[in-house]
Design a protein around this ligand. Structure first.
Ligand SMILES: C[S@@+](CC[C@H](N)C(=O)[O-])C[C@H]1O[C@@H](n2cnc3c(N)ncnc32)[C@H](O)[C@@H]1O
Length: 245
């Protein structure tokens, strides 16, 4: 574990926060005390190692490979990471999934396929976990596939895409490193394109100079939702930015 600049105070609260995450997703109140309940079958979903407030978790101790890629919200069976592990056999892959069951199932699936040393899904709220990761500049690619399936104004606080996500991803990406985002919701596509394009760390890296738009996914791996959108004939809005050098 490498010594890094002080992590935010929220780092020490991550266990409690992540344990409440499913109740928040299911409409619970994040501010209310956790209800006493019997432990569920996925209480032992894999987590990031705990570090002190003075340390960040070195990604390279969690997954090892020639370079590191990060996915936020891989979903029920880590479909993108499974396909990406086949397409990029040298890459180390880390997924951060807020739902315990989906993290546990996705992680077990990667292990069963023989990828345990280099591809993991950990049960974490990415907004809390990303600030705990290091070293800076150690990630080659970050993926955000079909995020934020919440549409009501009161759910805005759940959105992954935002300042915390972009600041932390830009810190973790190497110069020239890629941020790939895709969605099938046009309004969200416009929102993401606007928010990322305004961030000073990123520059567009789409098919045409000056635009982040990509006609297709260039990573030889698709997310489950992407497969479904294609099968249903829905448009998919794809974007790529790189971290300014
Ligand atoms: C609509 S699903 C998309 C799943 C997958 N990426 C795909 O494209 O098929 C959004 C995913 O993001 C996860 N998620 C939502 N908020 C998150 C957060 N703060 N940290 C980590 N994962 C999160 C959800 O649990 C879910 O797996």
């Amino acid at each position: 574990m490498s010594v890094a600049p002080p992590a935010p105070a929220s780092a020490t609260r991550i266990v409690e926060n992540a344990e409440n995450a499913e109740s928040v997703l299911n409409g619970g109140n994040a501010g209310s005390p956790p209800k006493k309940r019997r432990p569920g079958p996925y209480e032992n979903a894999p987590r990031l190692p705990l570090a002190s407030e003075m340390e960040r978790v070195d990604l390279r101790t969690v997954v090892t490979g020639a370079w590191t890629e990060l996915e936020v919200g891989p979903g029920p069976k880590a479909g993108f990471l499974v396909e990406r592990a086949e397409a990029a056999p040298e890459a180390a892959l880390l997924g951060l999934e807020i739902r315990k069951k989906w993290a546990a199932v996705g992680d077990a699936r990667l292990a069963k396929l023989g990828h345990a040393a280099r591809a993991r899904v950990l049960c974490e709220d990415a907004r809390l976990a990303l600030p705990r990761l290091g070293p800076d500049g150690s990630v080659k690619r970050a993926f955000l596939h079909f995020p934020d399936p919440w549409w009501k104004k009161r759910h805005t606080k759940r959105l992954v895409m935002g300042d915390v996500f972009l600041n932390e991803v830009s810190r973790l990406l190497e110069p020239g490193g890629e941020l790939y985002v895709q969605t099938d919701v046009e309004e969200r596509a416009e929102l993401y394109a606007g928010v990322v394009s305004q961030h000073p760390a990123f520059e567009p890296a789409g098919d045409e100079a000056g635009s982040p738009r990509l006609a297709d996914n260039p990573y030889q791996a698709r997310s489950p939702r992407e497969h479904r959108a294609i099968a249903d004939g829905l448009p998919v809005y794809r974007f790529r930015w790189t971290k300014r050098r």
